[in-house]
Write a protein that binds this ligand. Structure first.
Ligand SMILES: NC(=O)c1ccc[n+]([C@@H]2O[C@H](COP(=O)([O-])OP(=O)(O)OC[C@H]3O[C@@H](n4cnc5c(N)ncnc54)[C@H](O)[C@@H]3O)[C@@H](O)[C@H]2O)c1
Ligand SMILES: O=P(O)(O)OC[C@@H](O)[C@@H](O)[C@H](O)[C@H](O)CO
Length: 441
């Protein structure tokens, strides 16, 4: 069975795309605490496995809140339906229903089909393939394509306006999802553009809660602590933040009751999180593995890497709101040794993340007379982790992919060389034995 609906539980009013660890630790948590009368139906992005596992246990699971000194176990019930990623018919039916008021997304950075310049992805081959698929009446394969098809069903059914709430670590995540959907709608000539403008509100959010992939150890721990053989628990930190900006034309749960904050301008909050938290995570992930570390907390036990992070924060934090207390909290969150957040997981798709998080910072610092050196260490660590010699033609091409013109920009290359020297001095401390970290998705 790839789909599951518990008939006796209330109908979903939220549809989620990208069912994974973070959705279960964050949006489900905020919804259950904010207003338990709102229920969620979710679809993973790529497979049916998690939907099948959750379906076999009525979509209930345990959220383990893991503080530095102990665990708290919370039964989660707001998720009521889970379907395989290929279940377009169910997605269409749910999104078409007037009962559904909100769609939430955690589809990863790649899911936004951004172009190489980080703009709307007209040049993204996936976007072009999706346009062809939609024009030919084939099944869409990307999250924006699947969502657009479901929104077309809502329009047909007169389902009314709704909010689309992006929760990924992407700048202007809601606005960019709106842009990619409009791009698709125009190209496939579905006359959906006008309907989208009148009926779909794109909400930008900053969603924060460090949530590693679930491991077999987590499953064993939950069974021992609760007596339930839960195959899909999720382990997360006690901290949770959700900052939202945008309209909800048909209503939403009162997420504020669980600590969410609604603001007019999301930009200072997203800059703060993407630069300070995710930028530092990327630095630790890219530089930490060659130092022999496997987790964020492990890397944060290394004084050299802590100095890199502190240097990075000292330039990246300028002008950000309440940056001092924010960094103070990050030090505590990053050093929670009971959260085993894998550096490999964070380093996935590093090129896109650098383009989004580090390139704009370096550009801003260079233009404003700031010191880009600590941020360039992240770029140097990426080249090193990718086994690309900094003075090679491959480096030139890689840098141009990050930011057009960087490959041949001599002052930039000289500044980068200094950062590369710092990295080289760290040496390679990897042990030949494989890390045992991994995860269940
Ligand atoms: N885990 C965290 O600590 C955390 C915190 C804040 C934000 N986020 C955001 O949530 C996203 C998901 O994190 P997670 O921990 O749930 O990961 P996960 O691997 O547990 O789940 C990812 C989900 O996204 C789907 N997916 C993967 N690639 C996709 C693509 N190209 N298009 C559409 N769907 C795709 C997967 O199938 C899965 O359903 C992250 O990429 C990030 O943007 C995660
Ligand atoms: O895949 P990313 O880089 O978007 O995120 C990896 C981690 O930095 C991220 O999952 C953080 O733990 C999260 O953003 C905390 O809220």
């Amino acid at each position: 069975m790839t789909g599951y609906v518990e008939p006796t539980r209330p109908a979903p009013r939220i549809v989620h795309l990208g069912l994974g660890a973070f959705h279960r630790a964050h949006q489900v948590w905020f919804t259950q605490r904010g207003d338990p009368s709102w229920r969620i139906a979710a679809f993973p992005g790529r497979s049916a496995r998690l939907a099948r596992v959750l379906g076999a246990q009525d979509c209930r699971y345990t959220l383990v809140e893991r503080g530095p000194d102990g665990d708290a176990f919370h039964p989660m019930t707001a998720l009521v339906a889970a379907y395989g990623a290929d279940r377009q018919t169910e997605l269409d039916q749910l999104v078409a229903s007037p009962a559904v008021k909100v769609v939430t997304l955690t589809i990863t950075e790649a899911g936004y089909l951004l172009g190489p310049d980080s703009g709307i992805g007209s040049a993204n081959p996936m976007l072009q393939q999706e346009i062809m698929a939609l024009r030919n009446g084939d099944h869409p394969r990307t999250a924006p394509g699947r969502l657009l098809k479901a929104l077309a069903a809502r329009r047909e059914a007169g389902g009314g306006p709704l909010a689309i709430v992006s929760c990924d670590n992407v700048r202007a995540n809601g606005a960019r999802m709106g842009a990619v959907l409009r791009e698709l709608a125009c190209a496939v000539d579905w006359d959906l553009t006008a309907w989208l403008a009148d009926n779909a509100s794109f909400v930008d959010t900053v969603a924060d809660r460090i949530t590693p992939a679930t491991t077999e150890d987590d499953i064993r721990l939950v069974a021992a602590a609760t007596g339930h053989h839960d195959r899909a628990p999720v382990v997360t930190e006690p901290f949770a933040e959700w900052v939202l900006a945008g309209e909800f034309p048909s209503g939403r749960p009162e997420w504020e009751r669980a600590g969410a904050v609604v603001v007019d301008d999301i930009r200072p909050f997203e800059r703060r999180k993407l630069r300070l938290l995710n930028g530092a995570h990327l630095l630790l992930a890219l530089a930490g593995q060659k130092r022999g570390h496997h987790t964020v907390a492990g890397a944060m036990s290394d004084p050299v890497l802590v100095r890199f992070v502190e240097d990075y924060w000292s330039t990246a934090a300028k002008g950000l709101p309440e940056a001092g207390p924010y960094q103070h909290r990050l030090r505590a969150r990053f050093t929670n040794t009971r959260i085993r957040h894998s550096l490999t997981q964070i380093a996935t798709d590093a090129e896109t993340k650098l383009r989004e998080r580090i390139v704009p910072l370096v550009t801003e610092l260079r233009a404003g007379g700031g010191d880009p050196h600590p941020a360039l260490r992240v770029v140097a660590a990426w080249l090193s982790a990718s086994e690309i010699a900094a003075d090679s033609p491959r480096a030139c091409a890689a840098l141009d992919r990050l930011a057009p013109g960087w490959g041949t920009n001599r002052p930039l290359r000289r500044a980068l060389q200094r950062a590369v020297t710092d990295l080289v001095q760290l040496g390679d401390h990897r042990s030949p034995s494989k890390s045992t970290e991994g995860g269940i998705r």
